[in-house]
Design a protein around this ligand. Structure first.
Ligand code: SF4
Length: 445
């Protein structure tokens, strides 16, 4: 969960109603919160750091896992209880949980004032003016918010949402139902925004989309967009997330290899190492196709770092299927992996399919993959000891305030003893130690 405190201009706004936003889930949601704050800034809202200071409290929610939904419901009830003495404060839910549960939320959470889905943010001002609890959960095939300037937070990294929605309907996933169909933002709008981002001092951009590499606007496909972003002066690194393996093509692979600013890192969800499970999930590719794709990426980008998502215990996953996943993870040598137990999500195609793997077994499979991945990541990182890397400095190190921290091109966290580098700069660092999640080193003189 992240709270958004917005930009200093918003804090300085003369006319102000206080807005507190808490964000759950993925980077798309974080970027959406910036759109929400941007949209409400024009209605006289400024961000505050604490819910107690707010006239409006908004939780921008994630509904990918049941656990996330439960956490949000608990948190919103807590905030409503806090409000007891101050009836003026309006509390609402935005994002995927809002879209998934819709009006039901107003019935089941007494005191909730408004519910707004991912396509309703430009009407938030009207919702806040309503006297009664109100919901806006219409999906809109054309909504991209391309005319709303996001209120970006401070830092070196900006997010740029380039497309919204998903057309794929993987059987376990709620996204197509809560975020609607794919639509891309016009290329000229994106490049103008990226130039502004560079002028504001951001050094790195992450292009966002649910199936980000399905981007297309007129003649410009995702590979073309990467090449255009690579030309923007002031931007040092271009990243993107999350691509779908079946939307990857030679043009994108070539752009990754040829564009100096496009970072050598890809998060490529595989979900399972078994063809039977991939087919049951309707992922649109086989294990062999995924393997071949990774080989082509590595050929084009030799220092590529690779991460993935895996779901264990999907209905029908046998011991053999699971072993195939474990083996594929070893073969792919993932630098990092987000590992989850399958849980049925209401409204998805898989909902109602008998859950054939017991919770206990799912837990055991998950634990094994986590242990294997930790060991793998440690080995990969330890092999980097003695090498040099380039770090974009983001902050001081949490545990050693006289050290600095940032990401290297492969998106690994590096903490290091500086010898002159400052926040926002690129530093050459020699790696001296490694754990499974962090590299430690010293800045080269
Ligand atoms: S590609 Fe599949 S997993 Fe990804 S958002 Fe679309 S439906 Fe969900």
């Amino acid at each position: 969960m992240a709270s958004l405190s917005g930009t200093s201009d918003l804090h300085d706004a003369a006319v102000s109603k206080a807005l507190y936003v808490e964000t759950y889930g993925c980077q798309m949601n974080l970027a959406d919160s910036e759109v929400i704050v941007g949209a409400l800034a024009s209605e006289g809202y400024r961000c505050v750091e604490e819910p107690e200071q707010a006239d409006v409290i908004l939780l921008n929610t994630c509904s990918i896992r049941d656990h996330a939904e439960q956490r949000v419901a608990q948190r919103v009830r807590q905030l409503i209880a806090l409000r007891r003495d101050n009836r003026r404060v309006r509390i609402g839910l935005a994002g995927c949980v809002a879209q998934h549960r819709r009006e039901k939320l107003l019935e089941t959470i007494p005191g909730l004032d408004f519910v707004v889905g991912p396509d309703g943010y430009r009407r938030l001002g009207q919702l806040l003016a309503a006297d009664e609890p109100v919901a806006d959960v219409q999906l809109d095939r054309r909504e991209t918010y391309e005319d709303i300037a996001p209120a970006r937070g401070e830092g070196v990294r900006a997010w740029l949402t380039i497309m919204r929605g998903c057309n794929r309907f993987c059987t376990f996933c709620v996204v197509p139902y809560v975020r609607g169909r794919e639509r891309s933002i016009a290329t000229d709008v994106l490049i103008a925004d990226l130039r502004r981002v560079a002028e504001q001092g951001y050094k790195e951009v992450t292009l966002l989309g649910q199936t980000v590499n399905a981007y297309r606007s007129g003649d410009v496909d995702f590979a073309g967009l990467l090449r255009l972003c690579n030309e923007v002066e002031g931007i040092e690194r271009v990243r993107y997330t999350s691509p779908h393996p079946a939307d990857m093509n030679e043009r994108t692979i070539a752009a990754m290899g040829e564009c100096a600013k496009v970072a050598p890192y890809i998060h490529l969800p595989v979900q399972s190492g078994s063809d039977a499970v991939l087919e049951a999930m309707d992922r649109g590719h086989t294990v062999a196709e995924y393997r071949d794709l990774v080989a082509r990426l590595r050929e084009a980008v030799p220092d590529l770092a690779l991460s993935t998502d895996v779901i264990v215990g999907y209905p029908g996953e046998t011991e053999r299927d699971f072993e195939a996943t474990s083996a594929l993870m070893e073969e792919m040598a993932y630098d990092h992996a987000f590992l989850f137990k399958y849980s049925p999500r209401e409204g998805t195609r898989a909902y109602g399919t008998p859950d054939t793997v017991s919770e206990e077994e799912k837990g055991a499979r998950l634990e094994r993959l986590i242990a294997e991945q930790e060991e793998r990541a440690l080995g990969i990182n330890q092999r980097l000891v003695g090498t040099e890397t380039e770090v974009l400095v983001e902050s001081t190190a949490k545990r050693q305030p006289d050290w600095l921290a940032g990401k290297n091109p492969q998106f690994k966290t590096v903490v290091f003893e500086p010898s002159g580098a400052r926040l926002g700069e690129l530093a050459r660092v020699r790696i001296e130690a490694a754990s499974s999640h962090t590299l430690r080193g010293r800045e080269k003189q």
